[in-house]
Write a protein that binds this ligand. Structure first.
Ligand SMILES: NC(=O)c1ccc[n+]([C@@H]2O[C@H](COP(=O)([O-])OP(=O)(O)OC[C@H]3O[C@@H](n4cnc5c(N)ncnc54)[C@H](O)[C@@H]3O)[C@@H](O)[C@H]2O)c1
Length: 328
């Protein structure tokens, strides 16, 4: 049984609390949030104790691991404390918006044997695991082109966008982790362009809500990410990997394969965000399994930094409107 303390009882924290509580080999011991009522609410839903002072967590021998789902600017401090206390950590993405701070904590973690993972949860989805496995087995030969489409159902709140770091650092970063992991090489160069097409207030806040990004891999393979904040028919994500010997393709999950044929035409159900539910729980399960087996959990902190470096090159490319080399 892995006994967890959860930091952050917000949007992501509530999902993690539920998943820890439901996991057969995990226990949610404590929920810690500087907003005490929020901590009490979430802790109360799962029979855990609430805390607003993190010191209680670091001292507690009854806690094996921490799940850091508090605001991004608190991650590094909490990670450092977890490393010092020898508690395994699952840290939400991004590690921090300040790259020198990220590099410093990655180096600190590398000097310990404390297991740390970063929450790039798409790695837990069976279709991406399967595509990755088949690429490694040579099923499509050398990868030449990747097309990835990801469209959220609807944009987040203005409060969220204001502290998100921008669309490329907040959302597209998931694919800056996923694509190198799936195809087996990391981009040498990034070109990103973007528009504000969904909500004018996103543009007024200095952000974009629609982007097209091209990653050029050292092999010459080209990977295209088409990412947006809204799809009226529901959350939509699919990937196509094309190689010398064929193609692998994933489809978005659908409510059912049944379409209704009526006078008004043919109606399919809206895509649900099954990816959200399944991937959060899947990555938590992989983390728990790694701890039980004494294996390093993934994605690693160093991989978290790698995705951030690609995101920074994309931000720079958007700003300068030209391709930018990624400095690792
Ligand atoms: N992996 C994903 O797909 C995914 C999805 C959503 C959010 N996230 C990440 O999760 C993190 C939280 O995002 P959110 O949307 O839940 O934000 P949120 O604002 O809804 O919740 C953050 C919570 O952290 C609490 N908090 C702030 N400082 C704290 C501290 N020092 N100790 C404990 N609690 C503290 C706040 O009071 C708040 O309740 C962010 O880093 C975000 O990028 C990841």
């Amino acid at each position: 049984m892995i006994r967890f303390a959860l930091f952050g009882a917000g949007r992501a924290g509530r999902i993690h609390a539920r998943n820890i509580a439901r996991h057969p080999r995990a226990e949610l011991v404590c929920v810690c949030d500087v907003d005490r009522p929020a901590a009490e609410r979430v802790a109360g839903e799962h029979g855990a104790r609430a805390a607003s002072d993190p010191a209680a967590v670091w001292r507690a021998e009854s806690i094996d691991a921490v799940l850091i789902a508090s605001s991004t600017d608190t991650h590094v401090e909490l990670l450092r404390k977890a490393l010092g206390a020898g508690k395994a950590a699952y840290c939400e993405k991004p590690i921090d918006f300040d790259l020198p701070r990220v590099r410093a904590v990655v180096a600190e973690a590398a000097a310990t044997d404390v297991p740390v993972a970063v929450g790039f949860r798409r790695r837990a989805l069976p279709e991406y695991r399967e595509i990755r496995r088949r690429i490694r087995e040579g099923e499509v030969g050398a990868v030449e082109v990747v097309h990835l489409v990801s469209r959220d159902y609807r944009p987040p709140s203005p409060e969220y966008v204001a502290v998100s770091g921008g669309f490329l650092r907040d959302k597209t970063i998931h694919y800056f982790d996923l694509i190198p992991w799936v195809v087996g090489e990391r981009p040498a160069e990034v070109y990103a362009t973007g528009s504000c097409l969904v909500e004018p207030w996103i543009g007024e806040a200095g952000d974009i809500d629609t982007t097209m990004v091209v990653l050029r891999m050292p092999s010459g393979a080209l990977c295209h990410i088409d990412n947006g904040r809204r799809a009226v028919y529901g959350f939509d994500e699919r990937v196509e990997v094309f190689g010398a010997r064929g193609m692998l393709r994933s489809e978005p999950p659908s409510v059912s394969n049944v379409a209704r044929f009526g006078e008004a035409g043919i109606r399919h159900e809206r895509y649900p965000d099954l990816y959200g539910e399944e991937s959060f729980a899947g990555l938590l399960d992989a983390f728990i399994l790694a701890l039980e087996r004494g294996e390093p959990p993934a994605p690693s902190l160093a991989e978290g930094l790698q995705a951030q470096l690609i995101a920074e090159a994309a931000v720079e490319s958007l700003r300068r409107n030209r391709p930018v080399a990624v400095e690792y």
